[in-house]
Design a binder for this molecule. Structure first.
Ligand SMILES: [Zn+2]
Ligand SMILES: [Zn+2]
Length: 144
């Protein structure tokens, strides 16, 4: 599937600038990024367009938004290999290096709320110390 087809299938009305932004994210951003990273990658596109387009992609489930407590909104692709997948993943935030990483092999747990509650968004950020800061090796494993 081309990047243009992905946008269409996700329900995004394709414009040249949206395609450019999606292509940049899809090809260059493997992990978590924020608006500043996108500004740096696309200095010719104005900031408000970048911000609106991030929200649009997020509304159409191409991106997930992560609030890791750093005060800056972060984003990642839900699944770079299969952008239309609806399986989301959890994140890990390290209190030493302050990096947040995608744990793409760990799906978001299913949460069932009592009657009367309506869900807008579910985020799952696990906090602790990452393998690098602990000085241990880490090999991503496949889900059990
Ligand atoms: Zn760390
Ligand atoms: Zn992620």
């Amino acid at each position: 599937m081309t990047e243009e087809q992905t946008l269409r299938k996700a329900g995004v009305r394709v414009t040249a600038v949206r395609l450019l932004i999606w292509r940049t994210i899809h090809r260059e951003f493997t992990g978590i990024f924020n608006l500043a990273d996108l500004e740096e990658a696309l200095p010719t596109v104005d900031k408000s367009t970048l911000f609106r387009t991030l929200n649009l992609f997020s509304d159409n489930h191409l991106l997930d938004e992560i609030d890791d407590g750093s005060g800056s909104q972060k984003y990642c692709q839900r699944n770079a290999d299969d952008p239309l997948s609806d399986v989301r993943h959890i994140h890990f935030s390290c209190r030493i290096c302050h990096r947040t990483v995608c744990l793409t092999n760990i799906p978001l747990p299913e949460v069932t709320l009592p009657e009367g509650f309506e869900v807008d968004n579910v985020e799952y950020v696990v906090k602790g110390v990452c393998p690098k800061c602990r000085g241990v090796s880490y090999t991503p494993s496949t889900p059990a």
